[in-house]
Design a binder for this molecule. Structure first.
Ligand code: FES
Ligand code: FES
Length: 155
């Protein structure tokens, strides 16, 4: 099993460490860096719990080799959470009751942050499409969609 240096940035901080070629990004984040806000759900690419932003794009870290982050920027839920308080999307989720057990929430937040960056005032259909890869067993999705719409100033 070959190991090579990996140079990347995680939540704005340069990271250089020797990583086995087959190391999965989710394992690098959760086990090596202890960034446990990124959740392991299905480990099969179907639930979206492990979503992180890779160069700003929502990416399933359970299906992504850590080496894919070479020279790129990885953003986890820890990276969008201010030192004090909440990101506006996080606050909207709390205020609208869009989180219950919370296991899916980091993935939804990161997917929503990327959507709102590219489409600051999304329609209900655009929100539904954007989060279609994120599964939630608790909320029924309505409150999640309403939280994202609220940040975008819509209904
Ligand atoms: S844990 Fe990655 S998609 Fe479910
Ligand atoms: S809040 Fe429990 S799975 Fe989404």
């Amino acid at each position: 099993m070959a190991s090579r240096p990996l140079r990347t940035r995680v939540n704005g901080t340069a990271l250089e460490r020797t990583v086995p070629d087959e190391r999965i990004l989710l394992d690098l984040l959760r086990e090596d860096l202890r960034l446990t806000g990124t959740k392991r759900g299905c480990d099969l690419g179907t639930c979206g719990c492990c979503t992180v932003l890779l160069d700003g794009r929502p990416t399933l870290s359970c299906l992504t080799l850590a080496r894919s982050a070479e020279g790129r920027e990885v953003t986890t839920i820890e990276g969008v959470t201010p030192a004090e308080g909440l990101h506006p999307v996080q606050r909207a989720f709390v205020e609208r009751g869009a989180t219950q057990c919370g296991f899916c929430t980091p993935g939804f937040i990161l997917t929503s942050v990327a959507l709102l960056r590219d489409h600051p005032h999304p329609s209900r259909e655009e929100v539904a499409r954007a989060i279609s890869g994120n599964l939630c067993r608790c909320t029924g999705y309505t409150k999640i969609i309403e939280a994202v719409l609220a940040v975008g100033g819509g209904k």
